[in-house]
Design a protein around this ligand. Structure first.
Ligand code: ADP
Length: 488
């Protein structure tokens, strides 16, 4: 089968979060399974320098964007057999300091940047020699693609239009723009209705993806159910309920070629379930790095995160304030909302020798933290899939999670199944419930045999991408077979 993926970020070329990890791994494992795969993504600053094998692809596009035409050159890279990346080089739009925003403010031309990107994707889907059977787009930045393909098909531009799949990685980011940006789509106003892309008077790109794609997926089964409810739907729960028969959840996998405890270039001390000495050495090294007292006797907790409301930062700060009175250490790597950055800095200031934070984004350090910690804290308010709890499991770092979305689907608490327990879950979204879960971890740490049981369940859990990629291949085959065809 031939599949064209499109995403505004793809690891290892660009990344702000889990979306990049997912699309990078999906592409790689689909190709490994013998599918022909293309990935369209913007050419951001620094990519060409980091990947000198990138070639100008002899493809130039010139597409309307409102009342002007915008040009782009497509650069290509074939990192592994069966996989081609198509980088959209439009320097005015994509050669910037960041992907979506600077100083906490979205770029003011994000509508133009990602409408143009979506147009390039739909154009390449029609003109590339790949001739994809399925076009699989991700999140609001590519939400217009299914509509653009639908519209071109209605206009007779395709002999056989590809089927479309749209994956929601986070319902909270919808790409909402004022109606005055709609002309940038160059689509007729017929689509700008409450049954189409209109949402409370504006244009909603996520809604476009939900309404016009044949199949909608999200990144865990529980989140697929949650987003059809008022609590998690962010206003689009009704639209999703209308499309419930075409909405499925598939849990993301982990790229175990990268997230591994042996042969990992980011870890100085390799270890495995049979030989955990290296884990202890990683703990010592991290305690030194963060200026914490070096000791094996005190449990080390860690968090690596975007500092945003979604991640439960408010309850985490309050729970830690209380729990840091106990014998425990905590390290944080994160960046995001300034008030949360300040909150963690001042927490560390009030608890020297107990809590240490690094504000920033650091991929190598994220591996070191996963490897060094005894416990990983992830108290999200909502979590479509979540990746760090999956990395923690593989690294033998017991995850403490709130039972929501993919966290609930991937972690097993002792109250659910003591034989399979690999983490600690709590339910209420409150500092009290989180503090209680941390207290359970402190007790677990005092019982080495029980901790070893949890650790071995965690490290043996299998969330490999081979499984996830095969689930997607199965869906693509069903799509090709005519299932879920969207009716207008
Ligand atoms: P989300 O996509 O909502 O941010 P996920 O758990 O799905 O959350 O994925 C987050 C990814 O981004 C993980 O790979 C995580 O390690 C990484 N990450 C988040 N913040 C940082 C940071 N400050 N430094 C390094 N990696 C980070």
């Amino acid at each position: 089968m031939k599949i064209l993926l499109a995403s505004s970020e793809v690891h290892p070329y660009s990344k702000t979060g889990g979306l990049a990890d997912m699309v990078g791994a999906l592409a790689k494992y689909l190709a490994q399974a013998g599918q022909k795969v293309g990935v369209v993504t913007p050419l951001y600053s620094g990519i060409r320098e980091k990947f000198p094998a990138l070639q100008p692809g002899n493809i130039r596009v010139r597409l309307p964007l409102g009342d002007r035409f915008v040009e782009a050159e497509i650069w290509t890279l074939e990192p592994v057999p069966n996989l081609t990346l198509y980088f959209v080089d439009q320097p005015d739009f994509y050669q910037r300091a960041a992907l979506y925003q600077e100083g906490g403010r979205d770029y003011i031309d994000n509508a133009a940047r990602f409408f143009f990107f979506s147009k390039v994707v739909a154009h390449l889907a029609r003109t590339l020699p790949l001739r994809p059977d399925v076009v699989h787009t991700h999140d609001w930045q590519t939400g217009l693609v299914p509509l653009l393909i639908h519209h071109a098909a209605v206009q007779g531009a395709w002999r056989k239009a590809p089927r479309t799949c749209f994956t929601i990685h986070n319902q909270a980011f919808q790409g909402s723009f004022p109606w005055t940006d709609y002309p940038l789509t160059n689509l007729p106003w017929d689509y700008f209705t409450p049954h189409g892309v209109e949402f409370y008077g504006g244009l909603n790109c996520l809604k476009a993806g939900v309404v016009y794609s044949d199949l909608i997926t999200t990144v865990s089964s529980r989140y697929a159910r949650e987003i059809t409810t008022e609590e998690f739907g962010c206003g689009l729960d009704g639209v999703l309920r209308n499309r419930q028969k075409s909405l499925l959840g598939i849990l993301n996998g982990v790229d175990y070629d990268e997230w591994k405890t042996t042969g990992n270039p980011f870890l100085r001390h390799p270890y495995s379930l049979d030989n955990l000495a290296g884990k202890m050495e990683n703990k010592t090294a991290l305690q030194e790095e963060f200026g914490l007292p070096v000791t094996a006797e005190i449990p080390l907790f860690g968090t690596i995160t975007r500092l945003a409301h979604q991640k439960g930062i408010d309850i985490q700060l309050n729970a830690l304030e209380e729990m840091l009175a106990s014998d425990m250490q905590f390290v944080l790597l994160g960046s995001g909302q300034p008030e949360f950055e300040r909150g963690f800095r001042s927490l560390a200031g009030r608890h020297p020798g107990k809590a240490a934070v690094k504000i920033g984004y650091d991929h190598a350090l994220s591996h070191r933290i996963e490897a060094a910690c005894d416990f990983y804290l992830m108290p999200s308010k909502f979590e479509p899939c979540g990746l760090n709890q999956l990395y923690s499991l593989r690294y033998g770092t017991i995850p403490i999670v709130r039972a929501t979305g993919g966290l609930d689907d991937s972690v097993t608490d002792a109250t659910e199944n003591i034989d399979a327990a690999n983490g600690i879950k709590f339910y209420d979204y409150s500092a009290r419930a989180l503090a209680k879960a941390i207290r359970k971890a402190l007790v677990l740490f005092e019982h080495p045999e029980l901790l070893a049981h949890y650790r071995s369940n965690a490290m043996e859990a299998d969330f490999s991408w081979e499984r996830t990629a095969h689930e997607y291949i199965n869906l693509y085959q069903r799509l090709q077979g005519g299932e879920w065809a969207v009716a207008y």
